[in-house]
Ligand binder design. Sequence first.
Ligand SMILES: C[S@@+](CC[C@H](N)C(=O)[O-])C[C@H]1O[C@@H](n2cnc3c(N)ncnc32)[C@H](O)[C@@H]1O
Length: 290
Amino acid sequence: MSATKEQHSDAARDMWETTNDDYEKFRPSHDKAGVKALLDRLGVMDNVSQRNGTPPTNDVTAKYDVLDVGAGTGKCTRVIKDVLGEDARIVALDPVAGMIRQLKAAVPGVDAFVGPCEAIPLPDNSVKAVVSSQSFHFYANEAALREIHRVLIPGGKFGINFTADDEKSPLVHGVYELIRKYMYPECPEYYLNPLLDTSWKDCFDAAPLFTPLQEHIFPWENQQTLPDAESVVKLFMTYSAIAREPDVRKECAEQMVKLLTTDPAIKQANGTALEIPRLSALYWCTKNVQ
Ligand SMILES: C[S@@+](CC[C@H](N)C(=O)[O-])C[C@H]1O[C@@H](n2cnc3c(N)ncnc32)[C@H](O)[C@@H]1O
């Protein structure tokens, strides 16, 4: 069976309505150094620390410091809050109601809405910075960029954070090659590896809404480790690239167990944990005022 990019996105959202518990349990927290580096480039760090009850003059119209779009269960939202502190005015948006339920439980005190990036339920010029963490592949289109542009204040910034698995790792490469065999043929490679296929950037060419994207890519400080092959399978089966029919998912999961327990370059040595090395792939730009 094949699927368009849109059908694939729908399948992933359906999958996460029922598997958001596994998402919350097995996906890692975001690397704090990566989130901090992005927030720094988005110019919100100083703003929050200097506010002390009085908004800086360039911040008068912004209701929020940060909009976390495609926020999921709030894996990045909670790190943003941790970096910026309790005073930070954060709002989160995701189209999957189950993900937003998890986010509200995990990150109390943050405003959170259910909806897609293509229709952000916020007024014009109401946000200082928009952050997209590990989700831009879903809304890499002109409609979403127009909405991000609309809600940003003049001079506001948009940042993208991909938590990219490092394919130099034999484990990641082996699992990715397996997932590629089971992905819908029409599913763009960037759903799995946005560093290998960077065509998600093409949407920025449609209209001059933002300054050119800048980028900075570096390894996480604290990598995720998992205790056994079963947990590694649970993690990768939350990936949208493998949002497929139940029988296809079952076969993929079985093949993954086989790979992780028999491949000499991958299988777990006695008493060691399995590491999933990742990179923070950061991209940022500034709203153009037209
Ligand atoms: C891999 S998850 C990332 C979630 C979270 N940001 C994180 O870092 O864990 C991708 C998220 O994008 C969301 N998403 C899918 N389509 C979207 C759209 N059109 N607009 C905004 N978010 C979308 C999904 O519901 C999902 O929660």
